[in-house]
Structure formats: structure tokens, C-alpha cells
Design a protein around this ligand. Structure first.
Ligand code: ZN
Length: 380
């Protein structure tokens, strides 16, 4: 593995003292090179301070073939491939595999080396950009540690995307017990997106504890700049709705929508082969689709108040969720530890919201039966 950043490859900067490992990923989507550019810059900065570095800084570029082709992906989406089923399939593939299979294998080798060489806790920051413009944001699955890590970057934090999107790299790494976050740093071709990504990586370097505050002045500058840019947006939002965009329907957003722009229920947001597509509820639009490749047409998100945020961390720190099966209509799943079944005919209260508050994530929901799994199993 190269020491120093080979463009589009892996850079590994090892400090002289033991400490945490921060893994940063850019360009999992090939039409999103901003993260790779940002990592090249930060690697140079971290290398210059190697003597003061505690632990390891690792930067990796995602989909090399797609980056070269400037496409989101070649055969399949590299950030939807990290499911147990897909990885098992991959292990038994026979050499006629699509391009992304090789990319997954290359990244698996990096992850194996991370697991082997780590000298402390592992943090992961995954950098992306969006086809539409507007505010940058962080997103993560709602482990309390992830929440804290993401919130070190003063841009809005969007919760619940992980429930709407399956097979992300970050979701896969959560199961290793790593602390993870995604930073969506702006529009694909926007020069500012690189700058924001650079700031976010420095903030992650500092908050993971690789460098002291005095040795990472970029973090402080980045915090100020991002704070000023996004202070008028809500600090935390949650996903209320995802509009799927499969190829047959040919969904495209109407021009001009920006991340976090308020939308009203019934407002026309885009079109597909069947006609107009409207917002099913009032909120703010997130990630309106303005490109051919992609499975998500748009999301509607709404502010998650600081009070609920505080309450949920308090309840979760007290581990009240262990008692969730005492609630009416809630029972433990006998086959899966940590999972509860909510009978929605009995649990007529806001079941999903309440379960999230107690630290559960939705696994499935058919309107009658909600399956939810505890996030903080094993005391994370
Ligand atoms: Zn992306």
C-alpha cells in the first residue's frame, strides 16, 4: 500500500504514537470527484504533520473505473453493494464479474488492512456530492457516537436516510463497531464542494483525536465557515418520505429545486412517464434528482427539534429501550435478539417515532407489523 497519496489510490499516514484510525473515502460514485480532490489536499497537510499525529489517517478513492469515466457507476452502484447477500455472491464469482465487483474486492482489501493495523478506535467519513445544488449536509445511522461525530461538522444532520437506502458502505461499517458519517459536500461540479470536503475532513481529524486543536487550525477555520454558511438551516432533520426513481419510470426533477428548500404537500416537484410527481407532505426537499443514474428521486425531510434530540439521547443513555417490550403492542422477536415486533393495530401511538426515540431502527413495516432493531446493542 502506498505511503502518500497516489491519485485515485490509497494513502496511509501512520503517526509515531498509537491512536485512533480515521478512514476517509471519496468518489464511491464516479461522478463525484470532489471528495477525492479534497483528500489529496488533506493527505499532504496531514503528512506534513506526521510527527505530531496520533494513530493513522487513511484516504481511499472509491470507484476508480467510474471516476475515470466520470459516471456514477459502470455496472452497478458501488454504494448499494454492501449487503450480506451481495458480498456472499461476490466471494463465489468466477472471473466474468462486472467492473464494480473488482472495486468492491479492492475496498475489502483496504478494510481488512484497516482492521489489522488499527491501533485504536476506527472512524469513517464518506464524502459525496449531489446532482442538485443547495445546502451541504451530514447523514449517518443514529448511533449516539455517530451522531456526535457527524455533529462536529456544523452543517445540517439528516437522520433516517440509512433506513431508506440499503447496501451503503457506511451501513456495512457500522456493523464493525466503527463510528461513521457521510458528508454530502455540495453539487457535483461546484468548486466550493471541494473546499467544504477539505474542512469536513480536518474537522474529522480533530474530533477523532488524530491531531490536537493547535495542530489542525484548518478545523477551526472550517468550523467557522460551515457554521456561517448553514446557521439558518435546522441543525437536525429526519427523513419523512423517499420518492423512488427506477429506470422504467424515468423520473426527473423540475428545474431549480435546492437542498432544504421548503415544499408544500401537493406541490409539483418532477415528472415521470405517468405524469407529474408531487410532494406527499409538507417539509423540505432533499437530493432532488438531476441526473440519469440514481434510484432516489427526492426525499422530504423535516426538522427534528433539539428537545427530541436531547430526550432521545437521555433515554438511550439510560437504556430505557431494554424495556420497550413492556409497551402495549410491542413484543420481542424470539428469533432475533435486539429486535422487537410492534403490532400497529394495538400500538396506535406514534409507533415509529417512539421506537426511534428509544434507539431503534426500522427494519421493515407493512403498515400492520413494524420490525425494529436496537442500535446500541453491546453498549456502543
Ligand atoms: Zn454519492
Amino acid at each position: 500500500m502506498a505511503e502518500g497519496l497516489e491519485v485515485g489510490e490509497v494513502a496511509w499516514v501512520a503517526g509515531p504514537t498509537d491512536g485512533p484510525l480515521l478512514l476517509c473515502v471519496g468518489g464511491l460514485h464516479g461522478n463525484e470527484p470532489a471528495g477525492v480532490r479534497a483528500l489529496e489536499e488533506v493527505v499532504r497537510g496531514v503528512e506534513a504533520r506526521r510527527e505530531r499525529l496520533a494513530g493513522d489517517f487513511v484516504a481511499v478513492a472509491g470507484n476508480l473505473k467510474a471516476l475515470a469515466a466520470r459516471r456514477r457507476f459502470v455496472a452497478y452502484d458501488l454504494n448499494r453493494a454492501w449487503t450480506a447477500a451481495r458480498l456472499t455472491e461476490l466471494a463465489s464469482s468466477n472471473g466474468t464479474e462486472p467492473d464494480e465487483d473488482r472495486e468492491v474486492q479492492r475496498l475489502l482489501a483496504v478494510l481488512a488492512e484497516v482492521a489489522e493495523r488499527r491501533r485504536g478506535p476506527v472512524y469513517v467519513l464518506d464524502l459525496h456530492t449531489t446532482s442538485g445544488g443547495g445546502g451541504a449536509f451530514t447523514t449517518t445511522s443514529d448511533y449516539l457516537g455517530n451522531r456526535r461525530f457527524a455533529m462536529e461538522i456544523p452543517a445540517p444532520l439528516v437522520l433516517g436516510l440509512d433506513e431508506a437506502i440499503e447496501g451503503t458502505l457506511i451501513g456495512y461499517l457500522d456493523d464493525f463497531g466503527y463510528t461513521t458519517a457521510v458528508f454530502e459536500c455540495g453539487q457535483h461540479n461546484e468548486e466550493e464542494a471541494i473546499k467544504r470536503a477539505v474542512w469536513a475532513v480536518w474537522l474529522a481529524v480533530r474530533s477523532a483525536g488524530l491531531l490536537a486543536d493547535a495542530d489542525a487550525p484548518e478545523a477551526r477555520r472550517g468550523w467557522k465557515a460551515l457554521r456561517n454558511a448553514y446557521r439558518r438551516l435546522p441543525r437536525v432533520l429526519e427523513v419523512k418520505y423517499r420518492h423512488p426513481a427506477d429506470d422504467e419510470e424515468g423520473y426527473m426533477s423540475r428545474p431549480g429545486f435546492l437542498n432544504f428548500q421548503p415544499v408544500r404537500a401537493g406541490e409539483v416537484l418532477g415528472d415521470d412517464r405517468r405524469g407529474r410527481v408531487t410532494a406527499p407532505e409538507t417539509g423540505r426537499i432533499l437530493m432532488p434528482l438531476y441526473q440519469e443514474q440514481g434510484e432516489d428521486g427526492f426525499f422530504v425531510v423535516r426538522e427534528f427539534s433539539e428537545f427530541w434530540l436531547w430526550l432521545s439521547s437521555a433515554l438511550r443513555r439510560a437504556r430505557i429501550g431494554r424495556l420497550a417490550h413492556w409497551l402495549p403492542g410491542v413484543s420481542r422477536d424470539p428469533n432475533r435478539p435486539g429486535t422487537v415486533v410492534v403490532d400497529r393495530r394495538v400500538a396506535r401511538w406514534g409507533a415509529l417515532g417512539a421506537m426511534r426515540l428509544l434507539g431503534f431502527r426500522r427494519e421493515s413495516d407493512d403498515g400492520r407489523k413494524l420490525l425494529a432493531t436496537a442500535l446500541e446493542r453491546g453498549g456502543r
